[in-house]
Design a protein around this ligand. Structure first.
Ligand code: ADP
Length: 204
């Protein structure tokens, strides 16, 4: 039953990625623009990430605030991006650890997922975000995959007004760190305050 469940989840993700790609090519990849407590989204993703890491025998660590920062965007899409980075980190890490971290600098928040896995060669660190691209390290080490998750994540992050990048020394075992940056909504003074700035849920 567990195997069937896992295969179904895998298939659902593949179908979701292909549909997102088709939507994007048709100019129809839309996101909501709602006021979001980023910590809430990340804690949800972290629960799944922790389980994935432990199932594979990897250590899991994280540094997340209880609440905030607040951003505008689509909570389902932000969870999808974070989960994509975490599940890649688990997938491409045979041993060691996966870490989820949040830091705030000025009016920007950075969410980073680091691992101690197979890494990505320096000259592939841009092309890795292209559709259907799979790294030499991944192909040589026998990993499967379509190479769509990062391409879709990049498009979604850019629709949130953010950026995504990877840092990796490129050597097997030295790992990678994927980070995305988003602008913070600074006008919210208290987490209990209702949405300001006329931010109604809207599809852009
Ligand atoms: P998939 O994982 O299905 O191949 P992605 O678009 O998520 O698709 O990733 C594209 C490629 O980027 C992967 O095939 C792999 O080569 C590389 N990659 C992504 N995340 C990592 C990671 N954490 N460590 C090493 N390589 C990675």
């Amino acid at each position: 039953m567990e195997q069937i469940n896992l295969s179904a989840q895998h298939l659902a993700r593949l179908i979701g990625d292909v549909l997102d790609l088709a939507s994007s090519e048709a100019g129809q990849l839309h996101i909501l623009h709602e006021l979001i407590d980023l910590a809430e989204v990340l804690h949800m993703a972290a629960k799944i990430g922790e389980e994935l890491a432990y199932e594979k025998g990897l250590a899991w660590s994280m540094e997340l605030p209880e609440r905030g920062p607040w951003v505008t965007g689509d909570r389902t899409r932000l969870r999808q991006i974070t989960l994509n980075l975490i599940s890649n980190a688990v997938k491409f890490t045979p041993e060691g650890q996966v870490r989820l971290e949040v830091s705030v600098e000025g009016n920007e928040v950075t969410v980073s997922v680091s691992d101690t896995g197979i890494g990505i060669l320096p000259d592939e660190q841009n092309t890795i975000f292209n559709e259907f691209y799979r790294s030499q390290n991944a192909v040589q080490s026998g990993y499967g995959g379509l190479g769509l998750g990062l391409a879709i994540s990049k498009q979604l992050i850019e629709k949130h007004g953010g950026t995504i990048e990877v840092h990796s020394p490129g050597k097997l075992g030295n790992g990678s760190t994927f980070s995305f940056r988003l602008p913070i909504v600074s006008e919210i003074h208290s987490p209990l305050e209702s949405p300001v700035l006329g931010l109604k849920p809207a599809i852009w």
